[in-house]
Design a protein around this ligand. Structure first.
Ligand code: ATP
Ligand code: MG
Length: 423
């Protein structure tokens, strides 16, 4: 048993001590069996929510009507959920009713895939009524029960199926696959935010190309609000999809997939925002895309006389971090470097960036306070400070002024004098 699960043992023990059944369930049992790191430990019990609340000192009534109480124990939080059945799913997503039940098997029956429908008691004994262990061994994603019904009940399972198949490198059982293809249109009932979470997990996994191939082959993307993954390549098998697994960072995988799909940065921005990715993350991804387009359109990646200046300007515009990340992307992603005019281009850009005396305001040898002091007692704070700092940074990055306080202040003085004469 994994450490994370062992730490939760006192919670199960206390429930057992009070005469209730209690088990580890779902993802943690699956991941423990696979020897993968366990993300969160979920517990299922025969105790009613009020009984769980009464048994533990620190609790949060997370989702009482669904039977879930968060129990805090030993510095960790666990979701403790009463055995339940779900009925009357509404709009192919949420069950309208949950009924608390007395036995574990009924609770496992409501779960999506056999590998997610296993439980384990605190002594490590596994309860596996639907053959989850055999499917883990064989590497198969299979619905619990009739896939036709299970996928119609909750269309998020369409994506979860593809997600588990791609992250674990598994195949999808025939009947489950047929049901995914048949009911692909139901995905439009699923909130974009949930879609985004699943796609993100697919792309972050060790076999992102498998996810893209499955999305493509099932035509899931075509029937839904996510056309982005299908544009730009038509790949019936996963070896024909560009392999993104060599790209280290998930944001770069997104940037690469979106670029390969020929999605414009503005459209990418709209998609990623609809997926409810944070603003900062959306900017990181789209910056790298914009940088890619700008670098190819400008002479920055060539060996023309002005190339270095063009590259410097791009680094300043998009920031050193994203410029660095973009260089990593074109180095790691199949096909993207081919869009550069010459192969040595990337190495040259990296070298130029390393040689920049300063590429961010933080690295610049003067700061805003130095400039206000220079302007004298009567000078007002204002946007001019930022403008001037950026001018100095640009000149410094180009190599026109050394990154030296005195040299920068002298240049600033000239700038301020000129500005005064002009006004
Ligand atoms: P991960 O945490 O790695 O994303 P997980 O399988 O643990 O994967 P959770 O969303 O944490 O996924 O859900 C915990 C368990 O609840 C699952 O293992 C599964 O048994 C059940 N479950 C989650 N979502 C669904 C669903 N849409 N339909 C049926 N069962 C589900
Ligand atoms: Mg989980």
């Amino acid at each position: 048993m994994q450490e994370m699960m062992r730490q939760a043992a006192p919670v199960l023990e206390r429930l057992n001590g009070a005469g209730f059944e209690a088990y580890y369930v779902g993802g943690c049992v699956r991941d423990a069996a696979l020897g993968r790191p366990v993300a969160d430990v979920d517990i299922a019990t025969s105790a009613q929510p009020e009984q769980v609340l009464a048994l533990f000192a620190k609790t949060l009534p997370t989702g009482l009507q669904h039977g879930t109480v968060t129990v805090q124990e030993g510095g960790h939080s666990y979701e403790v959920t009463t055995f339940r059945m779900e009925t009357a799913y509404e709009r192919h997503r949420r069950p309208a009713e949950v009924t608390f039940i007395a036995d574990l098997t009924g609770d496992l029956l409501r779960r999506d895939f056999t590998i997610n429908a296993m439980a384990m008691d605190r002594f490590g004994r596994v309860v596996d009524p639907f053959g989850g262990t055999a499917d883990l061994d064989a590497g198969v994603i299979r619905c619990v029960g009739d896939p036709e019904l299970r996928l119609q009940e909750d269309a998020l399972r369409l994506l979860r199926g593809i997600r588990f198949a791609s992250v674990l490198g598994y195949r999808i059982a025939k009947s489950t696959w047929r049901a995914i293809v048949r009911h692909r249109r139901l995905l439009r009932h699923i909130a974009m935010e949930r879609v985004g979470v699943e796609l993100d997990k697919m792309l972050a996994g060790p076999y992102p190309n498998r996810a893209l191939a499955l999305l493509e082959r099932s035509a899931l993307w075509r029937e839904t609000k996510i056309p982005l993954l299908g544009v730009g390549f038509d790949a019936p098998s996963c070896d024909q999809v560009p392999d993104w697994s060599g790209v280290a960072d998930t944001n770069n995988r997104w940037a690469g997939v979106l670029l390969a799909a020929r999605i414009a940065p503005e459209a990418a921005n709209a998609w990623l925002s609809a997926f409810a990715f944070g603003r900062c993350r959306v900017r990181r991804i789209t910056n790298r895309m914009k940088l890619h387009h700008a670098a190819i359109e400008s002479d920055a990646t060539g060996d023309a006389a002005g190339s270095r200046a063009s590259w410097t300007e791009l680094v300043l515009r998009y920031g050193q971090d994203d410029a660095q990340a973009w260089l990593a992307l074109i180095g790691q992603a199949p096909g993207l470097a081919a869009s550069l005019p010459d192969e040595a281009g990337a190495a040259r850009l990296a070298e130029w960036m390393r040689a920049m005396p300063a590429a961010t305001l933080k690295e610049l040898a003067v700061n805003g306070r130095d400039l206000t002091a220079l302007a004298g007692a009567g000078a007002r704070q204002g946007p001019w400070v930022k403008t001037l700092l950026n001018e100095l940074l640009a000149a410094c990055a180009r190599g026109d002024i050394p990154n030296d306080k005195q040299a920068l202040l002298t240049a600033a003085e000239t700038y301020l004098r000129n500005a005064k004469e002009l006004s």
